[in-house]
Structure formats: C-alpha cells, structure tokens
Design a protein around this ligand. Sequence first.
Ligand code: FMN
Length: 202
Amino acid sequence: MMTGKLRDLHQALWHRLVNGGTQKGDPFHNFVLGSMRNDGNCALRTVVLRKASIESRSFTCFTDIRSPKVAEIWSNKQRLSALFYDPENKIQVRILAKAEVHYSSEWTRAAFANLNIASRKNYATIAPPGSAINTRSNGLSNPFKREEIVVQDTEQFVKHFAVLECKAFEVDYLNLNGEQGQERARFNYNEHGEIEGTWLVP
Ligand SMILES: Cc1cc2nc3c(=O)[nH]c(=O)nc-3n(C[C@H](O)[C@H](O)[C@H](O)COP(=O)(O)O)c2cc1C
C-alpha cells in the first residue's frame, strides 16, 4: 500500500507518460529502448512512444518485425528497459518491462491503417533493418523512393509492422529538482497488478 506523496508521484509520472504518447513536442515522446544482445552487450536505440496507459501500466511503440530488437527481446524472456528523460525539469524515468510483440493481428492492422505514407515507408525496406548494403541508400526499392506514391502502394508493408506492448514491472523515478532537492522513488507491480512503492536515496 502506498500513501500520500508517493501515490501522487506515481499518478503524476504515469500522466507524464500518457502525455508523452499523445504530444509530439513532449520530452517523453521519444525514449531509449534497451534490450540484451546475445553477445552480452546492451543494445540501445531511440523510439517513439505511441501510447501509455496508467490503468494497465503499459506503453507501446512501433517497430519492424525484422529488426534485431525484436529477436533480442524474444530471446531474453521478452524483457526490455526504457529510459525517458525530461531535460528541462531534470526528471528521469527508467522502466523495466515485459513486452508482447503484436504482429499480423487486428490491432496491428488498425494501427498501420492510421499511419501516413512517410511512416509506412519505415516498414518498406527490401532487406531487414541493419542489413549491410553496398551503397549509401535508404534501403527502399525504386518505386518507393519516389515522392508520388499513394497510400495504397504502401498497404503491403503491414507485413513488416509490429507493435511492442510493454508491461512495466518496475519503475525508477528520479527528479533532481524535487521538493526535497533530489528525490528518487521505485515502484514495483506484481502479477496481480498490486503496487509497492518506496522512496530511495538518489
Ligand atoms: C528520433 C528517432 C525515432 C525513432 N523511432 C523509432 C521507432 O518508433 N521504432 C523503431 O523501430 N525505430 C525507431 N527509430 C530507429 C531506431 O533508433 C533504430 O535505429 C532502429 O529501430 C533499428 O534498431 P535495432 O537494429 O536495434 O533493432 C528511431 C530513431 C530516431 C532517431
């Protein structure tokens, strides 16, 4: 059970994530997603926060099913980490999460249907993201390099489109400009959705 300020903080930080998912200019709109590579190295990359939900304590991002991050997440018990940073307020949120990879489903088709042509092109490369190529290129086939393609031309790329639904199980919050100066708290969610929270030494 959490009381008072800790509970308020928990609500406030998830509201920040919800806003990050809806507002392009928000510092939480992009976050760093971390996964574990098979060689033991930690892989980091920037992604766009598409949606966050305070009720399910989850957040989503879109990716190409062929990208290495998907395999890395799968081979590490679907675990990933996420780093959000607001430089103006000096707030850092780190989340450990378990990801569901949604692919070729009603949900992914509906999400893809809402993407514009420019976004759909992210899923249109001939070879998987990260493949070596001989020349400097965006990896698209010639017709899709052109500007004048229409949205119907891009429907086929739903086959590469995936949604990562990330269910948080631990959240670490740090605010360098808190009421008490530097403030840090950790929240854990168990499988029944119950929260445990504690203040931490920053
Ligand atoms: C501003 C920015 C936003 C990005 N957003 C996404 C995204 O939402 N999803 C994604 O898969 N890659 C996104 N990328 C590209 C990734 O950072 C990464 O290069 C790519 O997904 C390949 O990652 P991987 O090889 O580790 O799987 C973005 C890159 C930048 C710079």
